[in-house]
Design a protein around this ligand. Structure first.
Ligand code: ZN
Length: 438
């Protein structure tokens, strides 16, 4: 993969450690679509980037949706008839059905069972379950814990609150040379789950931190939002500005050891789709491309027909395709610094392509210009890398008719984008190319 100016000066080893460190810090926090867990998470991100924290009141309408009551929780447990805590929220926040209403009651085993969730096929794992839009209470536990339950009376206690409050999200904007925007979005609503949630947060946090320090053509907007309701609320509040969004990615599932997967935007042939495909094709690693489906993460909202934004989802193993997904096994062992670094590399490469995907016009289009006299041909000749460089020069000259971007030329020539970009810059320096307005 070509190292561009955007990638220079990054200590990847250190970066992997820092992303993993952030994940470890925010792993214990009990997050949900609203509440203090999201605020605490955003305050950890604020140690790295000065993001703005937005608070949207409960009851606010956003298209067909309404911001729900704010949910907070301090404690929860199930006690057996001897008064022993057999399930304790303090051991894992996944034990509580996320958004559970408060409860303090004595219940029989059969009554209790109606509110329990387990994974019989993975008897040591705790499932992650939510009940955002239907008031309910429940506990999630390992199937082994469930199997030990005897027919006795249990005390269930959930010290939660569902009150008028706010939906909280974080937004960070980096101003580039133009007001055209690249949107980067991740969800911050899952409790202790690393790959589905925290890996995206860590990657975007450090991508934003890095991009803050380099000159950029596009402006970049980073959203740290609760899934679904967060993007719906953001789109409702920012509807008049979305035409500025020229490209975008939803970031999630970026720390597992699987190959990269790109889910295309609804448009399917947007520049972001072309850029990601180009980078993955030239990465030398295995990857998978999937077409848009109206299921998944916040791309569902960004790509709803009324917006149809050029936003895809760039991840490693997709939701539901790894058994650890939405269970306690999506933990700190499941994500690895090296996978996070690999994912970061793909993201920064995509940004590099977007930043320099220019169009040029050949100033000497009638027959080939003589490259030798401009010292663009390697005089020694015969070396295979110089042959590839020459080929890049010829492709750029041939296709620079004002209709092809550098990405188009890279795709058609099957030469790496970086090579094509270098060739274009060398030709522009000799006044053989002129940048076309896009
Ligand atoms: Zn999820």
């Amino acid at each position: 993969m070509n190292i561009s100016h955007l990638k220079s000066g990054i200590d990847l080893n250190q970066l992997g450690k820092e992303m993993y460190q952030l994940i470890s810090e925010i792993y214990p926090i009990c997050r949900s679509i609203t509440g203090n867990g999201v605020r605490q998470t955003l305050s950890h991100i604020r140690k790295h980037i000065p993001l703005k924290v937005r608070e949207v009141p409960s009851g606010t309408n956003a298209f067909d949706w309404t911001v729900p009551k704010e949910w907070n929780i301090t404690d929860a447990y199930i006690k057996n008839s001897k008064g022993e805590k057999i399930i304790d929220f303090n051991n894992s926040n996944l034990h509580v059905l996320n958004y559970s209403i408060p409860i303090k009651e004595k219940v029989s085993l059969s009554e209790l069972k109606e509110h329990l969730f387990t994974l019989p096929e993975h008897p040591t794992w705790i499932p992650y379950r939510t009940s955002y839009y239907k008031e309910d209470w429940g506990f999630c536990l390992s199937h082994n814990q469930f199997s030990k339950l005897r027919d006795e009376e249990y005390e269930v206690f959930i010290d939660s609150s569902l009150e008028e409050g706010y939906l909280t999200y974080g937004e960070y904007y980096i101003e580039g040379k133009t007001s055209n925007e690249v949107l980067m979005s991740c969800h911050v609503c899952h409790p202790s789950l690393c790959n589905d949630n925290l890996s995206g947060i860590a990657l975007l946090c450090f991508l934003a931190k890095h991009l803050s320090n380099v000159p950029l053509k596009y402006s970049y907007r980073f959203l740290f939002i609760p899934g679904t309701i967060g993007s719906i609320v953001w789109l409702a509040l920012n509807e008049s500005n979305v035409t500025k969004i020229k490209h975008g990615l939803v970031a999630t599932n970026l720390g597992d050891s699987g190959r990269c997967t790109y889910k295309k935007s609804r448009q399917g042939n947007a520049e972001i789709d072309q850029a990601v495909l180009n980078i993955l094709k030239n990465s030398g690693s295995d990857y998978e491309i999937i077409d848009f489906v109206p299921y998944g993460y916040d791309e569902r909202q960004y790509c709803s027909p009324g917006f149809n934004l050029p936003i895809g989802c760039l991840m490693r193993t997709p939701y539901g395709r790894y058994p650890e997904y939405h269970t306690s096994a999506d933990n700190l062992d499941f994500v690895q610094p090296q996978s996070l670094v690999d994912s970061f590399n793909v993201y920064i490469s995509v940004v590099s392509v977007l930043e320099s995907n220019n169009k040029y016009v050949n100033q000497n289009p009638k027959c080939e210009p003589q490259l030798g006299k401009r010292e663009l041909y390697d005089k020694t000749g015969g070396r295979s890398d110089s042959k590839t460089k020459q080929l890049a020069l010829l492709w750029v000259l041939n296709l620079s008719d004002g209709n092809h971007t550098l990405l188009d030329i890279s795709d058609r020539s099957d030469l790496e984008f970086g090579l094509i970009k270098d060739a274009a810059e060398a030709l522009a320096k000799c006044n053989l190319l002129k940048e076309a307005m896009r």
